[in-house]
Every structure is written in C-alpha cells, then in structure tokens.
Design a binder for this molecule. Structure first.
Ligand SMILES: CC(C)(COP(=O)(O)OP(=O)(O)OC[C@H]1O[C@@H](n2cnc3c(N)ncnc32)[C@H](O)[C@@H]1OP(=O)(O)O)[C@@H](O)C(=O)NCCC(=O)NCCS
Length: 215
C-alpha cells in the first residue's frame, strides 16, 4: 500500500478507514491520534486547539492570518483531506480528552522518498519537558521504519527558537534560503515566501533553514 493511501485511510477519507488507530509515544502514556478530516467526524475540540494554537504562534510560520474555527474546519476538510501527502496528529494522554499539542507530516514526494515534519506545536500550558521531542521522534521513526520514507526534513524560520528543538530531535541545517515579504492589497504582510514574486520584493530579516533528520 502506498504511503498516500495509508495517510488518507488514517485521516478517515480513504477507501479504507483506519482513523481509530493511534501511534503510541513509548514510555510516556501519550499517543498521536490522526486528525479525522471527514466533515462528519471532525472533532470540535481539535478544531479549537488548531485555531487557538495557530493564533498564538503567529510569528512561527510563513503565512500570517487570523485563524477562526470556520476557517480551520474548511482547511481540515478540504486542504488537509484532499492532500494525500499530508497528515496531522493530535497528541494526548491515552484515555484522556485533554489535548497536549499537534504535529504533522506534509509535502511528501511522489516516489515516497522524502517528506517534511510540519506544524509542530505544543498547545498545553502545562509543560512536560521532552514530551514534544519524544512524540515528534516517534512520528519521524514511524514514517521511516514503518512507512518506508527515508528522508525527513523540516523547514524553520531562522529566528524561531524551535531551531534548537529540532536540533535536539536530531535535525541539522543542510542549507539556508532567503525569504521575501509578500504584502496584501492593504500593504499588510501576508506571507514570507522562498520565491520573490516581484522584481522589487523586499527580503525579510529572517531566512529559512532546511534541516534534515540524521539517525
Ligand atoms: C517547538 C515546540 C513544539 C517545543 O515544545 P516543547 O514542549 O518545549 O518541547 P520539549 O519539551 O520536548 O523540548 C525538547 C528540546 O527542545 C528544546 N527547546 C524547546 N523549545 C525551545 C526554545 N524555545 N528555545 C530553546 N530550546 C528549546 C528544549 O531545550 C529541549 O531540549 P532538552 O530535551 O535537551 O532539554 C514549542 O516551543 C512550540 O509549540 N513552539 C511554537 C510553534 C513552533 O514554532 N513550531 C515549530 C514551527 S517550524
């Protein structure tokens, strides 16, 4: 079975439904639960977490916008559901409803050789040191060992303290790309892009680190 079919099945939008499976995070009592992208089964609590956490970590990502529950629901049930190279997981304690955070994989290539860790965010204010690292490593090792995707990368803004988090997870910077500011019609910063969309595009003070996982 191709990795994309497995992702769709885990998201509850494939030919097969594997959405009730979870990835345990060894020796923590927590597990990664695939986020169901079927409109009939989207969990409101998950939508609220994604919305709130996205707004809190606005400067961590490349796109700037105000997340709302409606927008997040649309994103899950269209963008995430229809993109078979992408999957998101919610992290929570086994047997509990309270969510600790979320993390995903995205931008997998057609041959199944390469993928990126994406949207890795702690939601809980109660920090359990090392839990996000252990969970992300479980996800990375799962995609390498069980799914068979050999290369895992992350892209992270150079100013983000998460660079150190990824270092602690075994990722190292392979190369660095400039970022360009994309402004909307009102002149408000909407996005940082790796591609200058105009000749006079302004270069951001931030660059983008491409980091690769080394076992
Ligand atoms: C990045 C993030 C998920 C880390 O969560 P966390 O709960 O601190 O993670 P952990 O406790 O598992 O930390 C693991 C390691 O990363 C390091 N680390 C985590 N956050 C760090 C920070 N802000 N600055 C420096 N180091 C950090 C810790 O020192 C720890 O190392 P150790 O185990 O040797 O002590 C969290 O800070 C977050 O949600 N950030 C906002 C969203 C974001 O920027 N995501 C990445 C987008 S590319």
């Amino acid at each position: 079975m191709e990795y994309r079919d497995i992702f769709q099945a885990l998201k509850g939008v494939g030919d097969m439904n594997l959405s009730s499976l979870a990835l345990p995070v060894a020796e923590t009592g927590f597990a990664l639960y695939p986020i169901n992208c079927n409109p009939a089964h989207v969990d409101k609590i998950v939508v609220n977490m994604l919305t709130e956490a996205r707004n809190r970590s606005r400067d961590s990502f490349l796109t700037y916008f105000e997340a709302t529950s409606e927008r997040t629901f649309q994103w899950i049930t269209s963008n995430v559901a229809n993109d078979s190279t992408r999957i998101l997981f919610a992290l929570r304690e086994i047997g509990k409803r309270e969510l600790y955070g979320y993390m995903g994989l995205a931008y997998g290539d057609a041959s199944g050789a390469r993928i990126e860790g994406d949207a890795i965010v702690r939601f809980s204010d109660t920090n359990r040191p090392g839990l996000m690292r252990k969970a992300f490593l479980s996800l990375v090792e799962w995609v390498i060992t069980d799914i068979g995707i050999k290369e895992v990368w992350v892209r992270v803004r150079s100013s983000n303290p998460a660079v150190n988090f990824y270092n602690q997870c075994g990722f190292s910077v392979e190369f660095e790309m400039p970022l360009y500011e994309i402004n909307g019609s009102m002149g408000v910063l909407e996005e940082l892009s790796e591609v200058p969309l105009k000749d006079d595009a302004v270069m951001s003070a931030d660059s983008l680190f491409h980091m690769k996982y080394q076992r």
